[in-house]
Design a protein around this ligand. Structure first.
Ligand code: M6R
Length: 606
């Protein structure tokens, strides 16, 4: 994680860099800082905590100059302290900002200390600053200094460095962590993503792995890992120049929950052609090549994958496996023939998912990406993109991106079933017509805030909570548990209802909250017996389902009624009450809803 920015141009850089850091705040909020150069002197301002702390500090003691770098930190190496906040300076000569992990920092640091370097922080990043100082003292020009530093370090990184001996030159490089360079008249800006520079320019170049560059206000020389000049395309990005606001809601999460009817209908449109036929945006030859699927993702996106697996196998008969991206990346999967890898990522930057996709590519698999951020690394590297149209998601807890991912997956499942004859035309039409009703059903769930409020009030005192579901509602139970733990810090786990008696039932004690999805139909009776067993052991039973389904559970302590929908779409509609439950419980507890402790929106470290 962490976000980095660098600016060189003809305007005072403090406010420009702060503006970029605001747009990068989703990447971390442990500390932040800015370093600038003016009159051959480095100036530094850093603060622990959110960016607002830096703004307060910098108001009292501004930094000046026309070139500078900035950083927003999500701590990896070294605690959350001022000393560990970036930028890191060495000998008041060089300042650096870094995103990623320098894996061989310990041996480099030992060597540099032996040479007389004094380290201030516990971070891995500080070695970069000392290596640059060493290079400049050896007489290197910026490009040589970059080559020297890159020859020494191993790991994942995107960094920017400035040196008072070269007060008009930014030195930048990347490997595995993202880095973009934006251009406009008489200025250049580098940042972890294009949104961070959208207030200045839309003309952007993305560095590739192992690229490095020497950037001034008027020039940009990019080199590849073989030290050859590299021509990287300049693209026009669509990122909004306007900072998103909360539109009257208390939190981005609350706003994003309410945006789901739109996110879902926009995503359905993206999955349909101009004639209103479902295509998932994939041509027929590509569709018919798909014989087996591996779904790769992390966190909430992984739970979307697991629901997608139920749908694809049910509607198309195509075998699907789901793999946690960080595990797949290091596995040697045995059977890969005719398998398509579909990676799912809101940000398109999760390093685990990106690495898993690259691993799949190396194994010879076609790669599809279900991605929300259109100009992200995964979106650029996947063979094909199935976009979610959720719009920018700022709250760390994923809400509208999750339901949009589900929409893409159900559309893909229907289209695959139609293509291979598993579904006949009338069934496809029926499902599509029912799918078009989902934005309306999700709209009705927004009325659930009031009925869920007393349940959240009750839940806030719980030490632990279980979520249960069967069939395609089992992964949704896991997603409900993840939402509750990341927002309210209450321990929560999701289980398949039928699995309780195989062990988890031992956890039951008086008053333990059990949130259970219940459905109509053949699974209902099984769910009732599982819940009866839990209630008999003191469980506080909260059920979520349609009116008909919850009416079957007359012993429930609380009921959350979702609007009627075709049962196969229940995971989409059922997602909203667990988001609301987690949101309201966090509100009761007073936790930091949009930026929960220890988390970041985009996880770019392994
Ligand atoms: O951007 P991605 O979808 O790749 O992110 C994956 C997870 O980090 C993410 O879903 C995480 O679990 C969220 N905080 C869940 O709310």
């Amino acid at each position: 994680m962490c976000g980095i920015v660098g600016y060189v141009g003809n305007e005072a850089c403090q406010e420009i860099i702060l503006g970029s850091l605001e747009r990068l705040e989703y990447r971390g909020y442990d500390s932040s800082g800015i370093a600038t150069i003016e009159h051959d002197q480095l100036q530094l301002c850093r603060a622990v905590g959110k960016l607002s702390e830096l703004k307060v500090k910098i108001k009292e003691k501004p930094v000046s100059g026309y070139m500078g770098i900035g950083h927003i930190r999500w701590a990896t190496h070294g605690g959350v302290t001022l000393e560990n906040a970036h930028p890191h300076l060495a000998n008041s000569e060089v300042a650096i900002v870094h995103n990623g992990i320098i894996e061989n920092y310990a041996e480099l640091k030992k060597d540099l200390i032996e040479k007389g370097c004094v380290f201030i922080s516990d971070t891995d990043s500080e070695v970069l600053a000392h290596l640059f100082v060493h290079a400049f003292r050896e007489g290197c020009v910026p490009v040589e200094a970059l080559r020297f530093v890159l020859s020494k370090i191993e790991g994942a990184f995107a960094f920017a460095a400035i040196s008072k001996s070269n007060p008009e030159t930014l030195m930048v490089a990347r490997n595995a962590s993202p880095l973009a360079i934006g251009f406009a008249d008489e200025m250049a800006i580098v940042a972890s993503d294009a949104t961070a520079m959208a207030h200045l320019t839309r003309q952007v170049t993305y560095l590739k792995d192992n690229d490095y560059a020497v950037v001034t206000a008027k020039s940009c020389d990019i080199f590849n890992g073989n030290n050859e000049p590299a021509n990287r395309e300049i693209v026009q990005v669509k990122a909004s120049p306007i900072l998103l606001d909360k539109a009257g809601f208390r939190h981005y999460m609350e706003k994003e929950i309410h945006e789901q009817p739109d996110a879902i209908s926009h995503t359905i449109s993206a999955m349909s052609d101009v004639g209103g036929n479902l295509t998932a945006g994939i041509d027929i030859p590509s569709l018919s090549k798909i014989k087996r699927i591996v779904l790769l993702a992390a966190g909430t996106s992984f739970y979307a994958a697991q629901i997608g697996r139920y749908w694809i196998e049910k509607l198309s008969g195509i075998p699907v496996v789901c793999e946690i991206a960080s595990e797949y990346h290091y596995r040697d999967p045995a059977a890969t023939g005719q398998t398509t890898a579909i990676v799912i990522s809101q940000s398109g930057e999760s390093i685990d998912t990106l690495m898993a996709m690259r691993h799949a590519k190396n194994l010879g698999l076609d790669t599809f990406g279900i991605v929300n951020v259109a100009d992200s690394t995964i979106a650029r590297e996947a063979d094909k993109i199935l976009p979610t149209r959720a719009g920018p998601e700022i709250g760390v807890a994923s809400t509208k991106a999750f339901t949009a991912q589900l929409v893409v997956l159900i559309c893909l499942a229907i289209v695959l079933g139609k293509q291979n004859g598993h579904l006949d035309e009338s069934r496809v039409t029926y499902l599509y017509q029912k799918l078009l009703k989902i934005p309306g059903a999700v709209g009705k769930t927004m009325k659930l805030f009031d009925p869920i409020r007393p349940i959240a009030h009750q839940l806030k005192n719980a030490r632990s909570c279980l979520f249960l579901g069967r069939d395609m509602l089992f992964p949704l139970a896991c997603e409900g548990a993840l939402k509750l733990k990341e927002l309210s810090y209450i321990h929560a786990e999701g289980f398949a209802s039928g699995e309780m008696k195989h062990g988890p039932i031992a956890l039951l004690e008086d008053g333990l909250p059990i949130v259970s999805f219940v459905s109509e139909g053949k699974m209902a009776l099984k769910a009732i017996s599982n819940l009866k067993e839990a209630e008999a052991r003191g469980g506080y039973i909260i059920v979520i389902g349609t009116q008909v389904a919850v009416d079957l559970i007359d012993f429930a302590a609380a009921k959350i009624v979702i609007p009627d929908c075709e049962p196969i779409f229940a995971p989409i509609v059922g997602a909203i009450p667990v988001q609301i439950l987690a949101y309201l419980t966090a509100l009761e507890k007073g936790t930091d809803i949009d930026q929960p402790r220890n988390l970041a929106k985009s996880v770019t470290v392994e």
